[in-house]
Design a protein around this ligand. Structure first.
Ligand code: OOB
Length: 544
């Protein structure tokens, strides 16, 4: 497993400890302490189920001990793919108790992603919910297991088919659990959106992640009366830590799990459960705004609506308080670390027009031109960052590390931003080829590769197009091989057969006879994507 000193060099680690950011807290200790301090307080509500802190803790210890009894060793990885169900937390905190390192897959991930994540992390076990939205994740887990050496255990929450273990049967004696882990060791592997290839693994330590929870809680006003509605997938970093579910547990508050992001359901839950804070991606926030105008729901308990994951445009941002009656908080974050928030004390102009400023005074932010020179405030540049909860290396990925981090440990975010003198950032877009569709990140290169594997495709270029509903949508341009032909539905079927997450299938597929080249040869894919994008935008403008 990665050595924490590779993630943070010793001098920075020392300074973060001295400054009190890293306090030696760990996830097993966190839940143990909360359960001891207020055992009967409810920490999780899902439908008619209410779990107290003591119940979650007991379930986690028993499950963790069951994992130890299966022979799993501290430091080994366990892949978790579950929806917004309470058992997600039983599995994650159980893994923590056993000293195991969870790897989080999203519910939308299919065979290509799950196999990659399990293989890359050398997972020894996989825990999945039997079905999410009618998709059979148990079957998928068995298929992945058949392909991978060392993936010894498939554990199912729900109905466990033959060859798998039922989560509820994995129980052991908590006395056999290991001692608490080193606070600077890796607690779990988050996954990156990324612009190249399949998701990369992001090693987050107990110390760094818990600092981000504490910092987020302070500036979101979280306390034991906070009720967080988890609408986006639990596995996503926004839902987990900004301040999200883990921040709520840290504060001793209550998490309410939303079975679907549909506004009608979420509004009802908010009123019934006295929800105080929730987080949405911009397309969902738009849906909520429109629905609230029609339905006039009771959202009187809701204090903060957080919007993040993709750019929330000022026209929409302006509607939040008048329509929903709560404060807007913009959140600009990344699973690699850095999270920016607008603050309660910020002017309306900052809350509506910026994506906030970093949690920590020691979050170092550089805004650089393409040659690596700093640009003045007010001008766009590439965002690089380093700080007490931002990684300086991906798990086991030297080539991604060489691309994504500078020698002195700054993460190249791939985002273009303008910094204001107040430190607030205004996100301008991506400097690399990633499509942010509905907050879900798609690598243009990965989809191009998949399209190129179709026998009739000579070349494929995938670009992002601004979209009123999704924020951005993916448009693929396809040049068929000479003498061959194919069409959009055949290509979509081809992608589906490759078992990739459905959000990666392009919204639009256009056939072309060829791509522009320069006199000296092929122009760069970056330039090609830019010119194709410009042609779609021009066409749309002409049609209006
Ligand atoms: C969050 O995390 P990821 O890892 O799925 O995606 C990170 C990327 C950022 O680099 C940026 O390109 C984009 O998502 N992004 C935003 C944004 N928030 C994220 N772009 C514009 N405006 C925003 N407000 O998406 C994430 C992690 C923690 C908290 C919130 C979001």
């Amino acid at each position: 497993m990665s050595n924490p000193t590779q993630i943070w060099p010793a001098d920075r680690a020392r300074s973060y400890r001295e400054k009190g950011y890293w306090r030696g807290e760990t996830f097993p200790a966190l839940l143990r302490q909360r359960a001891a301090a207020h055992p009967d307080r409810i920490c999780l509500t899902s439908g008619t189920q209410n779990w107290s802190y003591a119940e979650l803790h007991t379930r986690a210890l028993r499950f963790g001990a069951g994992l130890v009894a299966l022979g799993l060793q501290p430091g080994e990885r366990i892949l978790i793919q579950m929806g917004n169900v309470p058992e997600f937390f039983q599995a994650v905190f159980g893994a923590f108790a056993a000293g195991l390192v969870p790897v989080y897959a999203l519910p939308a991930h299919r065979r290509a992603e799950v196999q990659h994540l399990a293989g890359k992390s050398q997972a020894r076990a996989i825990v999945v919910q039997d079905k999410i939205d009618r998709f059979d994740h148990a079957q998928l887990a068995l298929e992945v297991q058949a392909e991978l050496d060392g993936l010894d255990h498939v554990i199912i929450s729900g109905t466990a088919p033959e060859g798998t273990l039922a989560l509820e049967d994995i129980q052991g004696d908590p006395a056999c659990l290991p001692a608490d882990p080193d606070p600077q060791s890796v607690a779990f592997l988050q996954i990156s959106g990324g612009s190249t290839g399949l998701p990369k693994l992001i090693p987050r330590t107990h110390d760094d992640y818990i600092y981000s929870l504490r910092g987020s809680n302070a500036l979101c006003g979280m306390d034991e009366n906070s009720v967080y509605l988890a609408v986006l997938p639990n596995a996503h970093n926004f839902t987990m830590s900004s301040p999200g579910t883990f921040g709520t547990f840290y504060a001793g508050g209550r998490v309410v799990l939303c079975p679907t992001p549909l506004p009608q359901i979420a509004f009802g839950l908010s009123a019934r459960e006295n929800v105080t804070i929730t987080g949405l991606v911009p397309p969902l926030a738009l849906l909520w705004l429109d629905a609230a105008e029609k339905l006039q729901p009771d959202l009187s308990s809701l204090q903060i609506l957080q919007v993040g994951g993709a750019k929330f445009l000022p026209e929409a941002a302006r509607r939040v308080t008048p329509v929903l009656g709560c404060r807007l908080q913009q959140v600009f974050g990344m699973a690699e670390g850095l999270v920016c928030y607008t603050r309660a004390e910020d002017s309306d102009a900052l809350v509506i027009g910026t994506q906030g400023r970093p949690i920590c005074p020691d979050d170092e932010v550089l805004v650089l031109d393409d040659a690596g020179h700093p640009v003045p405030d007010g001008q766009p540049g590439n965002l690089l960052t380093r700080g007490p909860y931002t990684i300086s290396a991906y798990h086991d990925d030297p080539s991604a590390n060489a691309r994504s981090f500078t020698e002195d440990g700054f993460y190249r975010t791939g985002d273009m931003v303008i910094r204001l003198p107040s430190g607030h950032l205004v996100v301008q877009g991506r400097s690399n080829d990633q499509i942010n569709r509905n907050g879900e990140k798609i690598s243009a290169e990965e989809v191009e590769d998949l399209l190129l594997s179709h026998p009739a495709v000579f070349d494929a270029v995938v670009v992002s197009i601004p979209d009123a509903r999704l924020g951005e949508r993916a448009c693929a341009f396809i040049q068929p091989k000479e003498g061959q032909s194919t069409d959009a539905s055949a290509l979509r079927a081809h992608l589906r057969a490759r078992d990739v997450a459905a959000f990666k299938i392009p919204d639009e597929i256009r056939m072309v006879t060829g791509f522009a080249t320069t006199a000296v040869g092929k122009i760069s894919r970056r330039q090609l994507r830019e010119s194709l994008r410009a042609s779609v935008l021009a066409e749309e403008a002409a049609a209006q």
